[in-house]
Design a protein around this ligand. Structure first.
Ligand code: FAD
Length: 471
């Protein structure tokens, strides 16, 4: 009987898992494996918050496998060596996995596929994390898309009505399971355990992802179009960490939304277009692999960023800039491992424009602290907000954090939740407390918003000539 190694990576689920379905389709045993090899992902090895999530996601996956007569074997990298050892120990003749799209991972997986095949082992990868794989779409001129709207228009036409695959009821076990490391041996949890408060808000793993999707469709989707920009409301799905770890597939989300009563509503279209941004981000990272570290738009390479000043960066990181919506966002991130999308844009704009600090400093902090850290989405989010990206808002469009907060957190409820030192201020003062007497324990803004805006525009004017040919 053939044994297939099922190599789990960022697809920590059992339903809608094409590699698992294919392994079962061979008729033999399935050996589920996770290999911890952070060094192979450098310089974007999982950050501290992601590692904590990963711990609980692997636990949930092992439980789901155990309930089906199987278990998850844990090993350490290098991945190729670990796979070859497992092949030898289990007499497996095939290794199946779901594809990832980060440049270093593609290079590693290509090498592994070739090495396995050279040894006569069947090595197959499957699509399971995206709706549309990056190389399947191109513009009329055969080039990658750089603008979201035409990308999503083209992508939508490709979305097949295929039903997601159900989870199998059992996984045939190999005659003997190879030895496994214990989960604590992977050392994924932080010391001390600052992550504990997170788990009152989040349930890592496939059951948690499915529950969140159901709640979202019932409670939030009806008003998503208007609520999605409101950090003071539970107005979005909060599926992002589940998607980042592949505990749910975008195809499952698409199918569930389409099958709901609201499937053809404006809110559903808006929500699905956010999934479209996820697809677009992966398209960009795949076709422009340098963009995780460098400006997608090389005209920005001459931009005069301010010298990175550790004290300023730290004030931003700790949420003590003196600008309430920025500080509330940074503390939401620290306390919950997540930040609302609108506020992500505001804190990123403040860092890259008002402080003129290079977007990579922000991207790295997000990388370490976000539970949903995802290289494609994070890179695209930072480059878009900094104005250095492809489908970029021009640099000159600088968010005014006071006006934005007044619009999207009108009562100041979000600010009060994360900045208790401002909780006593009335809504008329909470967005710009420096305009009256400041509470004793809250600082004045670290930069004047109007002056720093002018300075940012002046800095941009030094490279403006390079953009002239863009019209
Ligand atoms: C500076 C910056 C950094 C970001 N870093 C990340 C990151 O590391 N990981 C991450 O998943 N998202 C990132 N985003 C995108 C976005 O903020 C989050 O995906 C979103 O806030 C997640 O919340 P949600 O699941 O409730 O979103 P919903 O509004 O419910 O959207 C559903 C899903 O669509 C995808 N999505 C939504 N908005 C975007 C977007 N703008 N770009 C790409 N995909 C999107 C996400 O997978 C999300 O879970 C970043 C945005 C910015 C501005």
């Amino acid at each position: 009987m053939p044994t297939t190694i099922l190599w789990f990576r960022r697809d920590l689920r059992l339903s809608d898992h094409p590699a698992l379905a294919a392994a079962l389709g061979r008729g033999g045993a399935v050996l589920p494996v996770y290999i911890h090899a952070p060094e192979e992902e450098e310089p974007w090895a999982p950050g501290a918050a992601s590692r904590a999530w990963l711990h609980f996601s692997l636990k949930a996956l092992d439980e789901a496998l155990s309930a089906r007569g199987s278990r998850l074997v844990l090993r350490r990298g290098p991945s190729l060596e670990a796979l070859l050892e497992l092949v030898a120990e289990s007499e497996a003749d095939a290794v199946f996995w779901i594809r990832r799209y980060e440049p270093r991972i593609i290079a590693r997986d290509t090498m592994i596929k070739a090495a396995l095949r050279r040894r006569g082992i069947r090595a197959e990868s499957f699509s399971g994390s995206l709706l549309v794989e990056p190389w399947t779409l191109s513009t009329g001129e055969g080039k990658p898309y750089r603008v979201f709207t035409p990308f999503w228009r083209a992508a939508r036409e490709r979305l097949t009505p295929e039903s997601p695959l159900p989870a199998p009821s059992a996984l045939p076990a190999p005659p003997r399971f190879p030895q496994s490391l214990s989960l604590p041996e992977l050392g994924l949890l932080p010391k001390p355990r600052w992550d504990e408060p997170f788990w009152r808000l989040w349930q890592p793993g496939e059951p948690g992802a499915q529950a969140r999707l159901r709640e979202f469709i019932e409670d939030v989707l009806p008003q998503y179009k208007s609520s999605r920009d409101r950090p003071d409301q539970k107005g979005t799905s909060r599926l992002s960490p589940h998607l980042a770890f592949g505990e749910i597939s975008p195809r499952q989300i698409l199918a569930a939304v389409r099958a709901s009563d609201l499937g053809s509503s404006v809110s559903a279209a808006k929500f699905l277009s956010e999934l479209g941004w996820r697809e677009f981000s992966h398209h960009l990272l795949y076709h422009f692999p340098h963009c995780a570290e460098a400006n997608l738009n090389p005209r920005f390479d001459a931009f005069p960023w301010a010298e990175p000043d550790p004290a300023s960066l730290q004030r931003w990181q700790q949420g003590s800039t003196g600008v309430p919506i920025v500080d509330a966002g940074m503390r939401e991130l620290w306390q919950t491992g997540w930040m609302h999308n609108r506020v992500r844009m505001l804190v990123a704009s403040f860092l890259t424009k008002n402080l003129r600090i290079h977007w990579l400093h922000g991207a790295r902090w997000f990388w370490d602290t976000l539970l949903d850290a995802d290289l494609a989405n994070n890179t695209q989010g930072w480059q878009w907000t900094a104005g250095t990206g492809a489908d970029a808002a021009p640099y000159i469009r600088i968010f005014n954090p006071v006006l934005q907060a007044q619009r999207f957190d009108p009562e100041g409820a979000y600010i009060r939740r994360f900045l208790p030192e401002l909780a006593g201020l009335p809504k008329e003062r909470i967005h710009a407390p420096w305009e009256g007497m400041l509470p004793r324990d809250y600082p004045p803004p670290m930069v004047d918003l109007a002056t720093s805006r002018q300075e940012a525009l002046a800095a941009f004017s030094t490279i403006k000539g390079r953009f002239k040919d863009e019209g």
